[in-house]
Design a protein around this ligand. Structure first.
Ligand code: PBG
Length: 325
């Protein structure tokens, strides 16, 4: 078609008013959730050097940060606990008096039901070897691990978690957690399944933040290979069948096609995790003056929403929410 025939696509881009009126994708603070780290045995929040603006929190600073997020209308937080002691089976993870449980209780008591509190459910921060489950014959043993995940879920539910988010990529983890929760009467605690989680180099800064790097080997025998998308759909299908209330794709940016495929295929609530390395890359470039932090952040978060994510879990939550209000 020629310009003479009247087709001028630039008309709807002429003013900010027109652009806003015809935007296909929305981004608001309530689409965002912030990961937060709570460390046992520290008296001051400890900055995480690879993630500017983020800290390993004390109980007090955790609640303060969550209040600031809630005041900016962010949907909620995903809590990671870092225990003072670790062992081979990660037993602190299901200690009712453990650090994550203390954090969950404090957050629910202080912030109430308008703010969603999600408990990350994994063992890597709790095991002395840093793997996401118990080791047998030099590998992570699936079935004993999911039995422990069930116990963690119940303990996190007792502490008040609205949702538990299993991130270990064990087979059958959602079913094991759902039945453990139901057996204890926690029918209303939801499962946000890290359904398609890839073995990614973009978790580097997180492993400093959460002190959960594997002491030997890597996670490629349980997390997904970056080349696969059909496998991601099988993972999502399995988790939905096992009772997941929402599914997650992680990381987000290098996997936007996976987010889109999952949304298309299942029409189910989808979250995408804009992970630590994605945050650190953007922040490093911004600190060098190579990109504009505000524009790059909002463009990034919009792209994840455009791909089909209902919810974006992101370290940019606080600043983005400020910019969006
Ligand atoms: C642990 C877990 C990881 C992340 C969330 N939960 C790291 C890993 O699997 O090694 C990564 C989050 C991030 O990089 O922001 N199961």
């Amino acid at each position: 078609m020629t310009i003479e025939e009247g087709r001028r696509l630039r008309r709807l881009r002429r003013t900010q008013g027109l652009r806003r009126a015809f935007a296909e994708t929305s981004l608001s603070p309530s689409d965002l959730m912030a990961p937060l780290f709570l460390k046992e045995g520290i008296s001051e929040p400890a900055p995480i050097s690879s993630m500017p603006g983020h800290h390993q929190h004390t109980l007090e600073s955790l609640v303060k940060e969550a209040r600031e997020l809630a005041a900016r209308d962010v949907a909620g937080v995903v809590l990671f606990g870092i225990p003072a002691t670790k062992d081979a089976a990660g037993s602190e993870a299901h200690n009712d008096g453990g650090i994550a449980q203390k954090g969950l209780k404090a957050l629910k008591e202080e912030l109430g039901d308008d703010f969603v509190v999600v408990a990350d459910l994994c063992l890597c921060e709790y095991t002395d070897h840093g793997h996401c489950g118990v080791i047998e014959n030099e590998t992570v043993a699936n079935d004993p691990t999911i039995e422990i995940y069930g116990r963690i879920a119940v303990s996190q539910a007792r502490a008040g978690a609205d949702m538990v988010a299993p991130s270990g990529m064990m087979d059958g983890q959602v079913a094991a957690i759902r039945s453990a929760l139901d057996a204890e009467g926690f029918h209303d605690v939801a499962v946000l399944a890290y359904a398609a989680k890839y073995a990614s180099s973009f978790y580097g800064p997180f492993r400093e933040a959460a002190e959960g790097a594997p002491r030997f080997g890597d996670r490629r025998a349980y997390q997904q290979d970056p080349s696969n998308v059909l496998e991601a759909l099988r993972e999502v299908e399995a988790d939905i069948a096992e009772g997941a209330d929402a599914v997650m794709v992680k990381p987000a940016l290098a996997y936007l096609d996976v987010v889109a495929a999952v949304k298309d295929r299942f029409e189910y609530p989808v979250a995408a995790y804009n992970v630590s390395g994605e945050y650190s890359m953007l922040m490093a470039a911004a600190a060098n003056g190579w990109i504009d932090e505000r524009q790059a952040t909002l463009e990034t978060l919009t792209s994840i929403r455009r791909a089909g994510a209902d919810l974006v879990i992101t370290y940019h939550s606080k600043k983005a929410a400020e910019w969006l209000s």
